[in-house]
Design a binder for this molecule. Structure first.
Ligand code: HEC
Ligand code: HEC
Ligand code: HEC
Ligand code: HEC
Length: 208
């Protein structure tokens, strides 16, 4: 007779313990969802994001010819076709010294020499200031090392433009390489004047 309440008490205790464990198990995975800080649980799933494509000029890293292939792309000649071995020829570093070839190359980019960007041992590659060789398609790394401000603006979307989606889960985005807009040899843009506004259709104000 005396054991009955004790057994009930034990059963009750076991039931409560099981309930606590179950409750803990059930709520655990959802605990973060009940946070007021809902942003923190939006999953970052890179596979579902559309790509950001960076447009580089066609035939970058080759010497363009007048020819075009059947797709309409310009045909280029690999730099190493002629630059396999410079032999004993002294390296030219300034455009003014070019008398035999590349003579139409105009240069106006600070006091840089050709080897500031072009790797002298392998003309099919560029090089960074620390000597690291990079492919022509990675030119932005080259520009970034000296123009950090513009590169940061580019990374933030304030320089260089873009088309497509801010939200990459909805669609892709297309951006331009620095050299799609800037000629690396004379990169400055000429000063542009703002165009006059469209003429007012109703008041017919002319000239402004
Ligand atoms: C058809 C042959 C030919 C091709 C292709 C060619 N070059 Fe040259 N390059 C020359 C010649 C010749 C000179 C020397 C020019 C002179 O003495 O006036 C030269 C000079 C240069 C120089 C000056 C430094 C030096 O070597 O004296 C650079 C830099 C250069 N070329 C880069 C390139 C790059 C980059 C490419 C590919 C995008 C390229 N060249 C493709 C023939 C070529
Ligand atoms: C600021 C870096 C930089 C400097 C300095 C520089 N180049 Fe270039 N050069 C580039 C880049 C980047 C390209 C690729 C651009 C492209 O092909 O659209 C290029 C392309 C070329 C090409 C191929 C162009 C074509 O349209 O066929 C030649 C030739 C060349 N450079 C020669 C030279 C010579 C000669 C010098 C020195 C007088 C020089 N470069 C200085 C960055 C530079
Ligand atoms: C080794 C350093 C170096 C590299 C690499 C370099 N630049 Fe420059 N850039 C300069 C210097 C120095 C100037 C001249 C600044 C001046 O005259 O005030 C300049 C000037 C410019 C200007 C003109 C700025 C103005 O206010 O007129 C532009 C645009 C530019 N660079 C773009 C580029 C691009 C695009 C690349 C990559 C292909 C590049 N630069 C690579 C050093 C560099
Ligand atoms: C969509 C074309 C475009 C692209 C891509 C672009 N730029 Fe520019 N950039 C411009 C124009 C246009 C100007 C001139 C702005 C002005 O005169 O006010 C400029 C100006 C500059 C200047 C001169 C200083 C300034 O801020 O006015 C530098 C340096 C420069 N860009 C570097 C870069 C670098 C480095 C990249 C790649 C990371 C890049 N740009 C990509 C269009 C572009």
């Amino acid at each position: 007779m005396t054991s009955f309440p004790r057994r009930r008490a034990i059963n009750l205790a076991v039931a409560i313990a099981v309930a606590i464990v179950l409750a803990a198990l059930l709520t655990f995975p959802f605990r973060s969802l009940s946070n007021s800080d809902a942003q923190a649980v939006v999953p970052y799933i890179p596979e579902r994001l559309h790509p950001v494509t960076i447009k580089t000029p066609a035939g970058i890293g080759t010497l363009r010819t007048e020819q075009r292939d059947i797709h309409g792309n310009p045909v280029g000649v690999a730099c190493s076709t002629c630059h396999a071995d410079s032999g004993d020829r002294p390296l030219i570093e300034r455009s003014a010294e070019l008398t035999v070839f590349h003579t139409d190359l105009k240069f106006a980019h600070g006091q840089l020499s050709c080897s500031s960007c072009h790797n002298p041992d392998d003309r099919d590659l560029l090089r960074l200031a620390d000597g690291q060789k990079i492919a022509f398609v990675d030119t932005m790394q080259l520009c970034a090392q000296c123009h950090g401000t513009q590169h940061r603006s580019y990374e933030n979307g304030a320089h260089g433009g873009m088309v497509g989606y801010w939200d990459l889960s909805k669609g892709g985005r297309e951006r331009n390489d620095c050299v799609a807009c800037h000629d690396p040899h004379q990169p400055a843009y000429p000063q542009v004047m703002p165009a006059p506004p469209p003429r007012d259709r109703f008041f017919n104000v002319k000239g402004h």
